[in-house]
Design a protein around this ligand. Structure first.
Ligand code: ZN
Ligand code: ZN
Ligand code: ZN
Length: 151
């Protein structure tokens, strides 16, 4: 699957609690989603692409979850089968899980370059449009890649 555009499968993200060095903000009692350490990574991982579920669907019988796109492609080859246990399955959109995942706090994918942005997964695409730590081709056409904030 490495050859495919990863953006179309699951989310390849770093949650804020996954980076030991980060200061995880105080968790509040009433906001259980924020208490992200409690979240079981298996619960939000696509059984096919092994990334975080994008447009999650769940199999009725066995409870396995997949990205809508991942299971769609799998079913082109293996109609109606679960790739984990080969049962006959029907899948339905898991709206609750989708909402839960989009509410999880992630770090900017460019945090290794120094971006300190953290927010809900749903805000990621918006942030990346303005993130100063995206590498862009140098305007002087020198062939170098530079951070957008330095352009
Ligand atoms: Zn997937
Ligand atoms: Zn299954
Ligand atoms: Zn950023």
């Amino acid at each position: 699957m490495a050859a495919c555009k990863p953006e179309e499968y699951g989310f390849d993200v770093t949650f804020i609690w996954e980076d030991e060095k980060s200061e995880v903000s105080e968790t509040t009692e009433e906001d259980s989603v924020q208490n992200a350490k409690e979240i079981n990574r298996d619960d939000i991982t696509c059984a096919i692409c092994l990334l975080v579920l994008r447009e999650p669907v769940q199999a009725v019988k066995c409870g396995h979850r997949f990205c809508e796109k991942c299971i769609g492609e799998f079913h082109l080859q293996n109609p109606g089968k679960c790739p984990k246990d080969w049962q006959e399955i029907q899948v339905f959109p898991d709206v609750g899980k989708k909402r839960e995942i989009l509410s999880l706090k992630i770090r900017c994918p460019n945090f290794v370059d120094g971006c300190t942005w953290q927010n809900e997964l749903r805000e990621k695409e918006v942030h990346l449009k303005t993130c100063g730590f995206v590498t862009v081709p140098c305007e002087l056409d020198c062939g170098e890649f530079v951070l957008r904030k330095n352009v």
